[in-house]
Design a protein around this ligand. Structure first.
Ligand SMILES: [Zn+2]
Length: 634
């Protein structure tokens, strides 16, 4: 359908649905949404389910806003907002957006600001004309979340015209012929790293993930003819913020991609943090920069955040819905409804089918599903891990042992995911008195990543959410945690006499603050180091894990040797990936069960092993494409 006929159809529907007293003064496309402007917002919103009827008839997401002429003066509106919203909501900021007629209210308790079934907001809307949206004041202030919000506010005009363009493009006519669709493997097939897949039909081209290979800096096959020119792409969809899935998004923008990026809001923020940090690391290591911070900011402007379960038209023949993948904050399975239900395809991204300390298990129910693209990191026959509970007990046991002999403990961690899990285990066990209560220092990006988690509690598992919301004791705010925010503070910790725990990056000990603690404490057998994450071949972490009597280290460019006497332990079971058993259980529990599974994101032997087991056990078609292969879906 073209834009003109969509607008015609919208007018037609409005004529049929709306009573004569409600007049729509303007209709606009904004990304995947249709926006209606009216002078009778109050009547529109209180007139039963008018909005829902309009949306249903149009099969589109519809927003309704006040005609700019009806908006109350911001000063007056602010007074009204502060009168109507109860004080327990604790408003920390008010931002008026004249272009959309929205006012965003930052509140410590969004529930109180919203009211029962949105009662407070509905009343506000009637009174001030502005459409209020409530955002949570992060309980731990996050620099990244704040910067993203400020950036979006400052680039409002640019973003508005961008969304209009996207909306027009989504509504273009589609070719009137029988639909075909295929999935091209552009990276991360028969390997781990540089994930990228292209979903194409005769009408659409959508790239799912665009990552780097952290081990080697290899990139996906971005010069594949089906991907070029980059501005022929309709959309980029990102499953989650690990760099092997999103590390090259700024490069797409640098080389001419002009369309939208769809992902969850926490993934957008976490991606921003990770990509900006990657620039810093690259320049410290004097490697060539692939992009700069202007491309990351551009990415933020072009990101259209979607909530889990919200279905959105992203091209004339593709509808996208994101679902929880259980892997890290905001991580999503991307479900595509192709054509008029001709085919349904889901990309798992990295997926965890077990309830973790942070997240619910991955979603396994879909309205329809014919093909699943599934990761297979731990798909090998022997890749069986202990449960979270066992892992936590084992971890706590080692912590106690080191602390009780008056030692200090180093935990090398990735900033996102594992560090927050370890924090939760430590907090719980210390609160219950099951391990000695000592300070826990967070060094590297961990604190900032944790702050982003607390800004999006609705993406955490229900138990943790209840703990944060209803019991009012956010475990991340516990006073056992201390942020290491200066090198003086770090020096102080290195010399401290009392036992303590340090969580520091990098997770594989390939540099970062963790090395300073290791250098200081390696020679004393009282201390300990415990690995909770995957250690890749060739990293210092892997060598230490295998046993070292002495280590060659660098300090200010000077090489020296230090004896390694501290106790080294490895705890399995904290992984954000499903192990072999969980992958098989995931497929067994899928509703509906797909006819075909395409495997990626795994070493070749593991992927092949999983593929043959899936075929044997479920009698479905399992495929293991090479990079640059394409699988025809329909
Ligand atoms: Zn991942």
């Amino acid at each position: 359908m073209s834009v003109d006929s969509l607008l015609e159809q919208t007018k037609e529907v409005l004529r049929e649905v709306l009573p004569e007293t409600i007049e729509v003064t303007d209709i606009e496309l904004e990304g995947p949404h249709i926006v209606l402007y009216t002078k009778q917002l109050d009547a529109f919103l209180s007139g039963g389910d008018l909005l829902r009827q309009v949306a249903q008839r149009l099969r589109r997401r519809v927003l309704v806003r006040s005609d700019p002429a009806t908006l109350m003066e911001p000063k007056e509106a602010e007074t009204a907002i502060r009168e109507l919203i109860p004080p327990e909501a604790e408003i920390t900021g008010l931002f008026f957006e004249p272009e959309t007629g929205e006012v965003s209210i930052e509140a410590a308790n969004p529930g109180a600001a919203i009211g029962r079934q949105g009662a407070v907001l509905t009343e506000l809307k009637r009174k001030i004309g502005w459409v209020p949206t409530v955002v949570r004041t992060p309980p731990i202030p996050s620099k990244t979340v704040e910067e993203v919000r400020v950036h979006l506010r400052n680039h409002f005009d640019q973003r508005r015209s961008f969304l209009k363009k996207v909306g027009t493009r989504i509504s273009r006519d589609r070719l009137d012929e029988k639909i075909w669709a295929r999935s091209s493997s552009l990276g991360g097939y028969r390997e781990v790293g540089r994930s990228a897949s292209l979903l194409s039909t005769q009408n659409s081209k959508v790239l799912i993930d665009c990552g780097i290979d952290p081990g080697s800096d290899r990139t996906p096959f971005l010069s594949a003819p089906e991907l070029l020119p980059l501005d022929s792409l309709d959309a980029v969809v990102i499953t989650h913020s690990h760099l092997d899935h999103c590390g090259l998004v700024p490069v797409l923008l640098k080389y001419g991609y002009q369309g939208p990026i769809y992902t969850t809001a926490p993934t957008r923020d976490m991606m921003t943090l990770m990509l900006l940090d990657a620039i810093k690391v690259t320049s410290q290591e004097a490697r060539q920069k692939l992009y700069d911070s202007s491309h990351v900011r551009d990415m933020v402007t072009r990101t259209i955040p979607l909530r889990w379960g919200e279905t959105t038209d992203i091209t004339p023949d593709l509808r996208l819905t994101l679902h929880n993948a259980g892997h890290i904050l905001g991580s999503s399975i991307c479900h595509f409804h192709i054509g008029d239900g001709d085919h349904n395809l889901a990309y798992s991204g990295d997926v965890k089918f077990e309830r973790s300390w942070l997240f619910n298990p991955a979603v396994n129910r879909f309205p329809r599903l014919e093909t699943l693209v599934l990761e297979s990191t731990y798909g090998g026959y022997r890749d069986v891990q202990p449960s979270r509970q066992q892992a936590s007990d084992e971890f706590a046991g080692f912590v106690s042992k080191v602390l009780e002999r008056h030692g200090k403990l180093i935990v090398p961690v990735f900033a996102v995911g594992r560090s927050q899990e370890v924090m939760l285990v430590l907090e719980e066990r210390m609160r219950e008195g099951r391990i000695p209560r000592v300070p826990v220092y967070l060094d590297g990006m961990i604190f900032e990543a944790t702050a982003i988690h607390t800004a999006y509690p609705e993406y955490l598992n229900s138990q943790l959410r209840t703990q944060i919301f209803q019991q009012g004791d956010n475990p991340f705010l516990s006073d056992i945690f201390h942020r290491v925010d200066s090198s003086q503070m770090r020096m102080g910790i290195l010399d401290e006499k009392e036992p303590c725990i340090v969580l520091a990056t990098s997770g594989m000990m390939s540099g970062g603050p963790v090395m300073e603690y290791f250098r200081a404490w390696a020679a004393d057998e009282k201390h300990g180091i415990v690995f909770v994450g995957y250690q890749a071949d060739g990293t210092f972490g892997r060598r230490l894990q295998r046993g070292l009597n002495e280590a060659q280290l660098f300090d200010n460019g000077r090489q020296y040797t230090t004896p390694v006497r501290l106790e080294v332990a490895t705890i399995e079971g904290f992984s954000g990936h499903s192990d072999r058993v969980q992958l098989m259980n995931y497929v067994a529990s899928l509703d509906p069960r797909p006819q075909r599974i395409i495997l990626n994101h795994g070493e070749e032997s593991k992927t092949l092993d999983l593929a043959s087991s899936l075929h044997k056990r479920f009698n479905l078609e399992s495929r293991v494409p090479f990079n640059l292969d394409a699988v025809r879906l329909v």
